[in-house]
Design a protein around this ligand. Sequence first.
Ligand SMILES: N[C@@H](CCC(=O)N[C@@H](CS)C(=O)NCC(=O)O)C(=O)O
Length: 225
Amino acid sequence: MHASKTIPKIVLTYFNIQGVAEKVRLALTLGNIPFQDTRVSFPEWPAMKTTTPYGQLPLMTIDDAPPFAQSAAMLRYAGKLATSNGCPLYPDEDYLKIEEALGFVSDIQRAWRIPVLVGIDPASLGHDPSADNSDVVKKVRSDFVANALPKYLTFLTAKLASSPYLCGSHPTIADCELVPVLNRMTCGQVDHVPTTCLDDFPTVQEYVARFMELETVKAWYESQA
Ligand SMILES: N[C@@H](CCC(=O)N[C@@H](CS)C(=O)NCC(=O)O)C(=O)O
């Protein structure tokens, strides 16, 4: 890991969506780590795909080394770099606490993946993509909102009862991972997942608002508008 104050030149390359890269962008932003935020358009992607390690984005280049893939690795790297730069997003002393929280967030993401996929890639779940799957999409997403989501939000509320962020008094990479997921659920762009889906969980709503109001996070999203 780089010594304090020695910040490498970072280029993060992803599509022009939040997707799996947003957590990394947030960790770099919160950690005051400058990075080049390269966005690849969908028409540009097919030619680039075969040049990437796993046929996927995001990629991260660090100084002039070959690019790294896998956003989970990038998130941890960004967290370490931020920590050595004075912003404790992934401090060694909280390693297990943060990894546990990341595991919890990945449970939420796994549950959220099916309701999303059923609409955008029904074939991956065995549905005929040329058929009208709207009833299935509605059922799977409504079930998620009624059952799985409240279960996770109840766990989350309990976790947030004793601290303002997932792992204590300061944001960590676990919050960088979770907040974009919750924002996606309330954005109103996923049919049958209403913008009100967190309304019964005010502690969670306050948590999201607290994170989004952090000065650097706020400035980040203002710059994206
Ligand atoms: N495990 C990888 C997953 C990356 C991934 O799924 N990338 C998708 C976009 S979210 C992608 O590149 N899709 C284009 C394709 O597969 O052609 C990570 O977290 O970085």
